[in-house]
Design a protein around this ligand. Structure first.
Ligand code: HEM
Ligand SMILES: CC(C)=CCC/C(C)=C/CC/C(C)=C/COP(=O)(O)OP(=O)(O)O
Length: 320
């Protein structure tokens, strides 16, 4: 039977000692579900999927046990980085509707436990990747963890509206890591896969930022719609979607993928461009606007990346 947990009060102020949860006392001691939630499993599912596709699309095969270990390391490393992100941002998360139900703002976990968990599983994943797979893959995994947990979360996010453009590099590493785990080296194809996610990230995130703008404004995070306004954000979304179209077909153009991938990439990116144009060319919205085109673009962005990377793998095993 599922254990029922009492609703926790909305978290108030920051605990400066960093030793206790935000609302002073634990409401319910943390259990595995809280630690699991700390890894942002829904977001990381796509990170893991793109990492797996990078590994499967590579021209060399490794033993299934090693392949499983490599993907496990990517998953655990990404989860560790997500835990560190939430440890650092616990007070901000408490102030935003979208994030207030997370374990730390809800007082289900000590902040130090979240930090220690994040450090332990991040370090463990890098060490295992190095010992079992390769130190090059381990080094790239370590860079991506530090990129997300430190460069993006601590440095860029609170400082610049270009935070996710530069920070987008963090989420673009998994297919590169998967590829390097399989082949032991970096080549053009994994760099192209990195570039695709890098250019996909701004429309993915800014579509969401447009409809949760007030949350970010409330806690003082300088996301683009807050700082530059809605219209500028809409134009930027469109620009990145235009760039993504030729970029997504480049793996086929350079001969790194076949026509199943090429046709899929073109079709998927055309739909992405159409939805982005609907958002990008939209006039000002009023306060009661449902932001349906923005919500649809965000949902499609997730589907897009799943489908694009799935096409890459199908293409690899069913070349036409
Ligand atoms: C700097 C880069 C990125 C930022 C700032 C960002 C931000 C976000 C945010 C704020 C959400 C809403 C999540 C929530 O409310 O819990 C989200 C959802 C999501 N993101 Fe990203 N994202 C980024 C990159 C990526 C990357 C690289 C991937 C995967 C390759 C990814 C996959 C997802 C998925 C799958 C969801 C939907 C989760 C759900 O179904 O609830 N994101 N993203
Ligand atoms: C292997 C490895 C380390 C991969 C990195 C994974 C990854 C997808 C990084 C991108 C960042 C991400 C999910 C940001 C969420 O934004 P946020 O943290 O600003 O969102 P929030 O407001 O929901 O906390």
């Amino acid at each position: 039977m599922t254990q029922s947990r009492p609703p926790a009060p909305h978290a108030p102020a920051r605990d400066d000692s960093g030793q206790t949860p935000l609302n002073g006392a634990l409401q319910v001691p943390a259990d595995w579900r809280d630690f699991f939630a700390l890894t942002k499993p829904r977001v990381m599912s796509l990170v893991i999927f793109t990492g797996l596709c990078g590994l499967l699309a590579a021209p060399e095969r490794i033993h299934p046990v090693l392949a499983f270990t490599a993907i496990l390391c990517i998953a655990v490393g990404a989860g560790g980085a997500a835990a560190l992100n939430q440890w650092w941002e616990a007070d901000l998360d408490a102030g935003m509707k979208r994030t207030a139900a997370r374990p730390l703002p809800q007082g289900r976990m000590n902040r130090t436990d979240a930090r220690d968990f994040g450090v332990a599983i991040s370090a463990g994943s890098v060490l295992l990747m190095g010992l079992a797979i390769s130190w090059l893959a381990a080094a790239i995994l370590a860079i991506s963890i530090l990129y997300y947990a430190v460069v993006y979360t601590v440095w860029l996010k609170p400082r610049t509206p270009q935070n996710i453009v530069i920070g987008g590099g963090a989420g673009a590493f998994p297919p590169l890591i998967g590829w390097v785990a399989a082949t032991g080296e970096i080549s053009l194809m994994p760099v192209l896969l990195f570039a695709i996610i890098f250019f996909w990230t701004p429309p993915h995130f800014w579509a969401l930022a447009l409809f949760v703008k007030s949350d970010y404004a409330k806690v003082g995070i300088p996301m683009l719609p807050v700082v530059a306004g809605e219209q500028a954000t809409r134009r930027q979304i469109l620009i990145y979607a235009i760039l993504l179209l030729p970029l997504s077909v480049l793996p086929w153009w350079v001969g790194g993928a076949g026509s199943i991938y090429g046709v899929s990439a073109a079709l998927l990116s055309l739909v992405f461009l159409a939805l982005s144009a609907r958002v990008g060319l939209r006039d000002r919205t009023g306060p009661d606007d449902t932001m349906r085109p923005e919500k649809q673009l965000f949902a499609y962005s997730v589907l897009y990346l799943f489908a694009l990377f799935a096409a890459l793998v199908v293409d690899r095993f069913l070349p036409l």
